[in-house]
Design a binder for this molecule. Structure first.
Ligand code: NCD
Length: 360
């Protein structure tokens, strides 16, 4: 059975298939208005969300299906101490597909080990957010008409920003994509992504310290919010939150056909003056999120009926190891084995949060 935990669970061809379906849905809305009639989506949101949860809900409703779930872990049995494993075993009896958001990294992977219906990761801690990436990709496809040979600037919180991690993994599979990383020292891209994703796949990236320096090179600028909720030290958040602010003066340095994306919510990293610039694509991006989720839900349900298995991500060997040292890893809470991917160079990464063995 197919799930979506990480954008690379889909092959490049499958991403294309889902993008094409989303474009067909946009062009022929009525054709799809009953394709999920009688089906139910369960939205299990253990962490706050506006866009993602409502976008999943609107998507399922526009496909003619129904939605159930919770948007606050305190109103579910989690507050009584129920594990993700037990919750999804129960929900599998009620629904046909699950969208899960969780503050712990790897929680949706645990869910797939117990659910008997497809699971979609709607954001797990600072780790991954594949449906935001599908949204970003559909926006790039509609605005730039290609994924290859793009120079993509990623700005803001590259350490905790799960949307950035997923976008790099997805875009890094296309030819000639270059990344320009713009982040304060404390919020730089995690090493595992630099080494295991960029270096391993020969992706070119450079790190620059100002937006001004990056602007003239970019085809796409991906702005992000500093992720307050992931900081252990709030004083550090206060110090870093205003590191990079995109305003009209900086926009003037960008190419005429550059686009600006942002997964939203924005705090203050893009001034309101930028919104009226036609290159500001972040509100168009929100609408694309609904269409791509319609395409994804419909596809995963069809693949389940067809018994289609994954051909992507033939992962490296897994080994059992000690408890993961990363504080936000789901394995610290759930009754699961501590498994690690073993790389060809002998290094091991937790299969749930992808943190290297022994690292915090
Ligand atoms: C993002 C998320 O939740 O990771 N938001 C979203 O899903 N649209 C980005 C963020 O919260 O900063």
């Amino acid at each position: 059975m197919r799930n979506l935990l990480d954008p690379t669970d889909l092959t490049v061809a499958e991403i294309d298939e889902i993008m094409n379906l989303a474009l067909d849905i946009i062009a022929h809305r009525e054709k799809y208005s009953e394709v999920c009639k009688g089906k139910k989506l369960a939205t299990l949101f253990y962490e706050p969300s506006t866009r993602t949860r409502l976008s999943f809900t609107a998507a399922m409703m526009e496909l003619g299906g129904n939605v159930l779930g919770f948007s606050d872990a305190n109103s579910s049995s989690v507050s009584k101490g129920e594990t993700v494993a037990d919750t999804v075993r129960v929900i599998s009896q009620f629904a046909d597909i699950i969208a899960m958001r969780h503050p712990k990294e790897g929680a949706p992977l645990v869910a797939t080990q117990y659910a008997t219906i497809p699971v979609i990761n709607a954001g797990d801690g600072g780790h991954s957010h594949p449906t935001q990436t599908m949204t970003d990709l559909l926006t790039i496809r509609r605005e730039k008409h290609r994924f290859d040979h793009l120079t993509v600037g990623l700005c803001g919180d590259l350490k905790y920003g799960r949307t950035v991690h997923s976008l790099i993994k997805a875009l890094g599979r296309y030819e000639g994509v270059r990344f320009v990383l713009i982040a304060p020292e404390e919020l730089k891209l995690p090493d595992y992504i630099k080494k295991d994703v960029c270096d391993k796949n020969g992706l070119s990236y450079e790190e620059v310290s100002t937006l001004e320096e990056a602007m003239p090179k970019l085809d796409v600028l991906y702005m992000t919010r500093v992720q307050k909720e992931r900081f252990e030290d709030l004083a550090q958040y206060e110090r870093l939150k205003d590191s990079f602010i995109l305003d009209e003066a900086k926009m003037a340095l960008g190419k005429k056909d550059m686009i600006v994306l942002h997964p939203l919510p924005r705090v203050n990293e893009i001034t309101y003056g930028v919104d009226k610039d036609p290159r500001a694509a972040y509100f168009r991006q929100v609408e694309n999120g609904k269409f791509v989720r319609m395409a994804l839900i419909y596809t995963l349900l069809r693949w389940k009926e067809q018994g289609k298995e994954s051909t992507a991500n033939a992962q490296t060997q897994c080994v059992v190891g000690p408890s993961c040292a990363h504080a936000r890893c789901i394995t610290l809470e759930e009754p699961v084995e501590h498994l690690y991917y073993k790389e060809s160079n002998g290094s091991c990464r937790c299969i749930y949060c992808e943190t290297p063995m022994g690292e915090k």
